[in-house]
Design a protein around this ligand. Structure first.
Ligand code: SF4
Length: 210
């Protein structure tokens, strides 16, 4: 007798078979995410691009290679983190996912977060930051900072694709990755004590962010 799929596998299947928004029509396949489902660190990008749509894995194109390099620079193995996107299917021509597409896909992201319970959630770029922090986003001010919402700890950084378009942002990405590493090695107070707070990294680290 075959066993029923567990909760994690059934969530993955639901994503792969989902037709709840128009992106289902233009995708090759949905991209649920990759990595251990008990990871301490979870990265959330915007949406799959062309390579991701073909391979069914997030962050496998040029931006993904830069992300892997940035992780390696601070000694974090890519295989140890869970990587996904705010929207699981590729928008045509890599346009930004609309608000209604993000809203349609949000329950999948919430269920992944609920299942994985990562210690730190890294919001990679504007779209996931807007989606999870539910605020208007100024990346120039928000990158490299820690936020707490609903008992969860978030860290905001630029999307690696921004570093591909603008090489001057690469040192900023590297600097923020160092801050993320320090955050992981710190012992922040329980999230509920910092509920709804917006904390500068100086709360965790000796260096001040200007
Ligand atoms: S983007 Fe999300 S909501 Fe839309 S079809 Fe894909 S899995 Fe479903």
């Amino acid at each position: 007798m075959t066993q029923p799929p567990d909760e994690w596998e059934s969530l993955r299947q639901e994503i792969c078979e989902c037709h709840q928004c128009p992106l289902a029509k233009s995708r090759s396949q949905a991209v649920p995410g990759v990595g251990p489902n008990d990871a301490q660190l979870m990265f959330i990008g915007e949406a799959p691009g062309r390579q991701e749509d073909i391979k069914g894995e997030p962050f496998v194109g040029a931006a993904g290679q830069l992300l892997t390099k940035l992780l390696e620079q601070v000694g974090i193995k890519r295989q140890s983190v869970f990587i996904s996107n705010a929207v699981k299917c590729r928008p045509p021509e890599n346009r930004q996912p609309t608000r209604s597409e993000r809203a349609a896909c949000r329950p999948f992201l919430d269920r992944q977060l609920q299942y994985i319970q990562p210690r730190v959630i890294v919001l990679v770029g504007r779209v996931p930051t807007e989606t999870l922090l539910e605020t208007s986003v100024r990346m120039g001010e928000m990158h490299g900072r820690v936020y707490h919402r609903n008992g969860k700890t978030f860290f905001v950084m630029y999307h690696p694709a921004a570093g591909l378009y603008n090489q001057t942002l690469v040192p900023t990405l590297e600097e923020d990755m160092q801050k993320l590493k320090k955050l992981l090695h710190s012992d922040p107070a329980p999230a509920e004590e910092r509920e709804q707070g917006q904390l500068p990294l100086s709360e965790f680290f000796s260096e001040e962010k200007k």
